[in-house]
Design a protein around this ligand. Structure first.
Ligand code: ZN
Ligand code: ZN
Length: 318
């Protein structure tokens, strides 16, 4: 059985559980681990059965709980390499140092490397499990048990936009979205013949995204703000410009335009997501989408739902 459960959606945290066959994936981990587990249990999902975490981009509302959740469950995190690096940079404390301090640090590191090379013997190998691809690629050794390093994860897997891959029984097609992050993606997830898409955090609907959102059984689409509410709303002008830009967020109007003209009308469910709490009202988003979908002939398709920030949506079964 295939199941799609939105745990949270919005600028304070995004996370969805997708289950198919014997596989369960968490798409984004934008709430604390504790809150994620609480909401999963509320929605009838068991956190302990998750197989992997899949990340769309490194903004906090998508990644906040990733490290603690992955460590607690001992499961891999799937990123693009750029997203992973951006996240690691964000977590690494920034230090200012003078040129002299920098030179001194380089000298000390060189001396330490030399000492390590001199001391290396076959008996010196540790019996750490060999699961962390990333850390074998990086210069720095994995910290013991990883507890000290905030970026430590039990396992990291890289994917690339445009290159489909599989996690257990779920096939995943990541696609590039226009958004102000290092390498942001949306996903089409397919299991047991059911196709589900997550397309939030995008400034506009470029042709490559429209092409992905065809032949779906479920479409989760951003409907972030009402243009007038944003214009008249509380945000400073610079933030308004960012939201409105081509790498910002999709408005109710832009989502509706896509639903009316660019979408094939086939999905059984359309979930509006990432609604702004300051610059949108659920009824405005709903009405815009309903109007756009009203011309669709099939009564069985396009059941419209609104994902919420503060509580999970009921699980959708296929
Ligand atoms: Zn977001
Ligand atoms: Zn974002």
């Amino acid at each position: 059985m295939v199941r799609f459960t939105v745990l949270a959606s919005g600028s304070k945290g995004n996370s969805t559980v997708v289950s198919g066959g014997h596989t369960r994936i968490l798409v984004d981990a934008g709430l604390s681990c504790r809150e994620l587990f609480k909401r999963m249990r509320q929605a009838g999902e068991e956190p302990e059965t998750l197989d992997a975490i899949l990340i769309t981009h490194e903004h906090q509302d998508h990644i906040n709980g990733v490290a603690v959740t992955a460590r607690k469950l001992g499961i891999p995190v799937y990123f693009t390499e750029s997203t992973h690096r951006a996240w690691m940079r964000w977590l690494t404390p920034k230090r200012q140092m003078s040129y002299a301090q920098w030179l001194e640090q380089c000298k000390q590191q060189a001396a330490a490397r030399q000492a390590e090379a001199d001391a290396a013997t076959p008996e010196g190998e540790t019996d750490e499990p060999d699961t962390v691809d990333l850390q074998t690629k990086e210069e720095e050794p994995a910290p013991a048990a990883g507890q000290k390093d905030p970026t430590w994860l039990p396992a990291v897997e890289y994917f690339e936009a445009g290159k489909p891959f599989v996690i257990g029984d779920i096939a995943i097609s990541p696609f590039t979205i226009p958004h102000d992050a290092a390498d942001p993606v949306g996903f089409v997830l397919q299991a047991e013949g059911v196709r589900m898409a997550v397309a939030t955090d995008l400034g506009y609907m470029p042709p490559n995204v429209k092409a992905q959102l065809k032949g779906l059984d479920l479409l989760m689409l951003e409907s972030n703000h009402d243009l007038e509410m944003l214009r008249d709303g509380p945000y400073p002008w610079s933030v308004k410009q960012r939201v409105l830009s081509r790498v910002g967020h999709l408005s109710n109007e832009a989502a509706a335009e896509f639903l009316e003209t660019g979408y094939d009308g086939q999905a059984g469910y359309v979930i509006l997501g990432h609604l702004s709490e300051s610059n949108n009202h659920p009824e405005l988003a709903r009405v815009a989408a309903e109007r756009a979908l009203s011309g669709r002939a099939s009564l069985l398709a396009n059941r419209l739902l609104l994902a919420e920030q503060h509580q999970p949506l009921f699980p959708i079964y296929f």
